[in-house]
Design a protein around this ligand. Structure first.
Ligand SMILES: *Cc1c(COP(=O)(O)O)cnc(C)c1O
Length: 369
């Protein structure tokens, strides 16, 4: 183990003086639950990232997915088509609505839903499609929307990792009937914990607002059975500051990615589709042809010999987790789960960090070749 070099962390939330001052302001007001900060955050987020659509703030991305799909009417007996190559929340939120996630394969290049696999998975019970804009690269929304339209399905976008990414010039989270952004600390921006639901119509937004707050719009006039999934004004105050910094951070991620694209050797670098802008929540390389054990050894060498933090998202495809254990053949998903490795791409990387990351990957790749 090389202990002389400082470890470059795989992710690094940036919480600065302005976030602290914003929290202080809310604490000093004595009003900390959902209030004016949340309303302002929703209005600003809608303008910046959701094309002016109505958005609803909640206490996590997972809550946003859950309430969003409940608002679209998801329930027992229904099927929703999802990728298996994603974070478990994508499928969990379908399952906790009493519905069945139907796992399909992804495109090996963009790591997002393969439209042909989606089309083939549609049954009488299918009610929706939940594409994931994985690592910050948009799913092929034009083709997915066409399939949804043809079969009368809704689309709910998992944009947890893709704040500001675009497909054919439009921002993710503005294509489907609904969409969710996560505000977890390691995502492209944070509110501490939190989520934002983008809604295509005022009716869907109203339903999400009701579900967020015990089914009430007017106090004690409960209309439906709901949850308490509200965001606090403390979290919203942090989120508002972060939103103002997001564009600069995204540009820094994209610059870091361009540097890696130009300098990495012996590994497969991420592909960006012509219709896409990628916001690099992760910069994910593939160790072409590697087994999971070989990829894990590559990651261990980066961490231990070169002190470069890195991550595997996600080592076990969701359909094989204990939760779901589905017998379905997803060869691309299986291959990607063995080959992928995400390098640090966050905005805090210095020039020296970037040089170190490139040198480390190229050295380990060469040794393994
Ligand atoms: C982070 C994430 C979620 C869940 O968001 P939380 O805010 O952590 O609840 C869902 N889907 C994907 C793809 C994610 O990366």
């Amino acid at each position: 183990m090389n202990t002389e070099l400082a470890m470059i962390p795989p992710a690094k939330p940036i919480i600065g003086q302005e976030e602290r001052a914003a929290v202080d302001r809310v604490l000093a007001s004595g009003m900390v639950a959902q209030g004016p900060e949340v309303a302002a955050f929703e209005a600003e987020f809608s303008q910046a990232l959701a094309g002016g659509r109505e958005v609803v703030a909640v206490n996590s991305g997972t809550s946003g997915q859950h309430l969003g799909m409940l608002a679209l009417g998801l329930g027992p007996g229904d099927e929703v088509i999802v990728p298996s190559f994603t974070f478990a929340a994508t499928a969990n939120t379908v399952a906790v609505c009493g519905a069945t996630p139907v796992f399909v394969d992804v495109d090996p290049q963009s790591f997002t839903l393969d439209p042909e696999a989606v089309e083939a998975a549609v049954t009488e019970r299918t009610v929706g499609i939940q594409p994931v804009h994985l690592y910050g690269h948009p799913a092929p929304m034009d083709r997915l929307l066409a399939i949804a339209e043809q079969h009368g399905l809704w689309v709910f976008e998992d944009a947890a990792q893709a704040h500001g990414a675009t497909w054919q010039g439009a921002q993710v989270g503005t294509f489907g009937q609904g969409g969710m952004f996560s505000l977890y600390p390691t995502k492209n921006m944070t509110s501490g914990e939190g989520g934002m639901v983008s809604c295509a119509t005022p009716e869907i937004a109203r339903q999400v607002r009701l579900l967020r707050n015990q089914g009430m719009e007017a106090q004690y006039a409960n209309e439906i059975a709901g949850f308490n999934n509200r965001m606090t004004d403390i979290h919203a105050a942090i989120g508002r500051v972060q939103l103002g910094k997001l564009a600069g951070w995204t540009a820094a991620r994209q610059e870091n990615a361009a540097f890696f694209d130009a300098n990495l050797q012996g590994v497969a670098t991420p592909v960006v589709r012509e219709a896409a802008t990628h916001v690099y929540h992760q910069y994910t390389i593939r160790i072409d042809g590697a087994s999971a054990a070989e990829r894990d050894a590559f990651a261990a060498a980066l961490r231990e010999e070169h002190r470069v933090g890195c991550g595997v998202y996600y080592p076990t495809p969701v359909h094989r987790l204990e939760t779901f254990r589905t017998e379905v053949d997803l060869p691309v998903t299986e291959r990607l789960a063995a080959e992928v490795l995400s390098l640090p791409v966050h905005p805090s990387l210095s020039d020296m960090d970037r040089e170190r990351i490139v040198a480390a990957v190229n050295t380990v790749a060469k040794a393994g070749a």
